[in-house]
Design a protein around this ligand. Structure first.
Ligand SMILES: [Zn+2]
Length: 73
């Protein structure tokens, strides 16, 4: 797979990524499988991972401000 920004090589890696759900709510997902460009560090998330992520973000309690979840798939 090639980077859509610079055409560089994308590698499959596991990364810890923060997702800001609204102004005061941040979820950090550890060990997310993503494709990351070795040249410009642009990354992209594959569809199955995105679906899992949607479920995970939906399951977060509404009252929390910061939560750390581990990607479990
Ligand atoms: Zn790139």
């Amino acid at each position: 797979m090639k980077c859509h920004v610079c055409g560089g090589r994308m590698d499959s890696i596991r990364s810890d990524l923060p997702f800001k759900l609204d102004q005061h709510k941040i979820i950090v997902v550890k060990d997310m499988p993503v494709e990351q460009c070795q040249s410009c560090y642009e990354f992209l998330i594959q569809d199955p991972v995105m679906e899992y992520l949607d479920c995970l973000l939906d399951s977060v309690d509404s009252g929390i401000e910061l939560e750390v979840r581990r990607f479990a798939a």
